[in-house]
Design a binder for this molecule. Structure first.
Ligand code: ADP
Length: 468
């Protein structure tokens, strides 16, 4: 079975968040299932040189992912040779419509050029959501594309790719295309168009499927999700244990194994405290946060809770980049609290590894969370997540209040600063009882978040569509 895996971010070539992690790891898991997967990505600035990609033809380069998976880089100097992927300090790039339309259209052209006509086009998020539309209304009339099916995976319904509705004429669709499929609230909406045209739609956790059908989490598309002809599937993401491998992680001081985690965690914590210039206090619990500084990640709640959290005997490290207002507020909160709170305003892979490995707990007060990878990564490093039980967090974190010694973290139901603080207090209480803490860490370390079951589920999904 041939799969064209099309995305705007793929680790290690281009990453702003979890989408890249997924698109860098799932292809290999699918290949292990016997599928012929090839990845398509824009040739953003620097990738061709950094990864020594080979030129195939004008505007097309090829490199590989581990497992010898071909990655085709579609180049356009004007569109992709820029500092960022989607925008700059002024906001989204004004020509994102043209940039991603170009990428989507060229995927068809380049597939033909390299003689790879896929059975399935697997699209991810709004940036590739025009592919199902172009397939259904343009390419399927050609014999070579007639049997190809499309799947759209929604990694985050909050990002929809909307543009002035007049732009729809530039897509070059036939008159038979029902334009209302792509328009909502008087704007052109790539994600809506893709959801309706795709042969299958899924999202990245079972709980998020339920949530996006409600006005609270559907971001204006809940009624579209509810009205799709086939129900949206929920396939839980995994994590890439090659990139996040505590026993062999080159970034961390002490390798973490299930049978040495007490010593390894203590060493990594000390190294982290030293690196951050925090007092080296082995018995003071250390809470980490790694993530985008955005409303989604619950930064407002974190800021609201911070004064009280700082009255606890605990240390905090926050690594994040994002909205300027959050950066300013966190910088302010950290000023004068050097002994307790460190804020690193940066995007930094190795620091993230240090925090996962050296913290005792990991904070995720997310407002919504389609799946969330950071809670799974932290558990793989024996660091217990403290989370708002929403989306994929509900599917992956078994809270201490309900599961006792079978828990792998701490959760709370309703997102308020009070509930968040209580969850942290309960984490600290467990921390004071080393045997309980060890048991929970052991549970977290043993939870299996590998890609294997997701790869099975996607393979079944592909097969199901092809047999329709
Ligand atoms: P998102 O909503 O951003 O996709 P996920 O939890 O799915 O959130 O994935 C986030 C990914 O991005 C993880 O691999 C995490 O380690 C990484 N990440 C986020 N912010 C940073 C940062 N400031 N520095 C390093 N890595 C980061």
């Amino acid at each position: 079975m041939k799969i064209a895996f099309c995305a705007s971010e793929v680790f290690p070539f281009a990453k702003t968040g979890g989408l890249a992690d997924v698109c860098g790891a799932l292809p290999l898991a699918l290949k292990k299932e016997g599928l012929d997967v090839r990845v398509f990505l824009p040739a953003y600035r620097g990738i061709v040189d950094a990864f020594e990609a080979q030129k195939i033809s004008e505007g097309l380069f090829q490199t590989r992912l581990p497992g010898d998976i071909p990655v085709y880089l579609i180049a356009h100097e004007g569109y992709f040779d820029r500092d960022s992927f989607y925008g700059d300090e002024r906001g989204d790039y004004a020509d994102n419509f043209e940039r991603f339309l170009f990428f989507n259209q060229h995927i068809f052209e380049r597939c033909q050029e390299v003689e790879f006509i896929p059975d399935i086009i697997h699209c991810h998020d709004w940036q590739t959501a025009l592919l199902p539309v172009l397939l259904k209304y343009k390419y399927r009339q050609f014999e070579n594309w007639a049997a190809t099916k499309s799947i759209l995976t929604i990694h985050n319904i909050a990002f929809q790719g909307f543009f002035p509705k007049e732009q729809i004429l530039k897509i070059g669709l036939p008159e038979s295309y029902p334009q209302e499929d792509a328009i909502i609230y008087d704007r052109l909406n790539f994600l809506k168009a893709g959801m309706i045209a795709a042969d299958g739609v899924n999202t990245v956790s079972p709980q998020y499927v339920v949530e996006i059908q409600t006005p609270e989490f559907g971001c204006g598309l809940d009624h579209v999700v509810r009205s799709l002809s086939s129900p949206v599937k929920g396939i839980l993401n995994g994590i890439d244990y090659d990139s996040w491998n505590p026993p062999t992680d080159p970034f961390i001081e002490a390798p973490i194994f299930a049978d040495n985690f007490q010593i390894a965690k203590a060493v990594n914590k000390e190294v982290l405290q030293l690196a951050l210039d925090l007092p080296v206090e082995p018995r003071v619990p250390l809470f980490g946060f790694v993530g985008r500084l955005s409303h989604q990640k619950g930064i407002e709640i974190l800021l609201e809770a911070l004064p009280q959290l700082l009255s606890l005997s605990a240390q905090f490290v926050i690594l994040g980049m994002g909205e300027a207002k959050y950066e300013t507020a966190l910088r302010k909160a950290a000023a004068g609290q050097r002994d307790q709170l460190v804020f690193i305003s940066n995007y930094c892979e190795y620091r993230a590894h240090h925090i996962y490995a050296g913290s005792d707990f990991f904070l995720m007060p997310s407002v919504f969370e389609p799946c969330g990878l950071t809670q799974m990564i932290s558990m793989a490093y024996g660091t217990l997540p403290v989370v708002h039980l929403v989306g994929g967090l509900r599917d992956t974190v078994y809270g201490y209040d309900k599961r006792g010694l079978e828990a792998n973290g701490f959760g709370f139901e309703v997102l308020t600063a009070r509930n968040f603080i209580q969850a942290l207090e309960s984490a600290i209480a467990v921390y004071q009882v080393p045997a309980e803490m060890d048991q929970l860490r052991c549970n977290a370390l043993k939870t299996d978040f590998s890609w294997t079951s997701a790869a099975h589920a996607y393979q079944k999904f592909y097969q199901c569509l092809l047999s329709d």
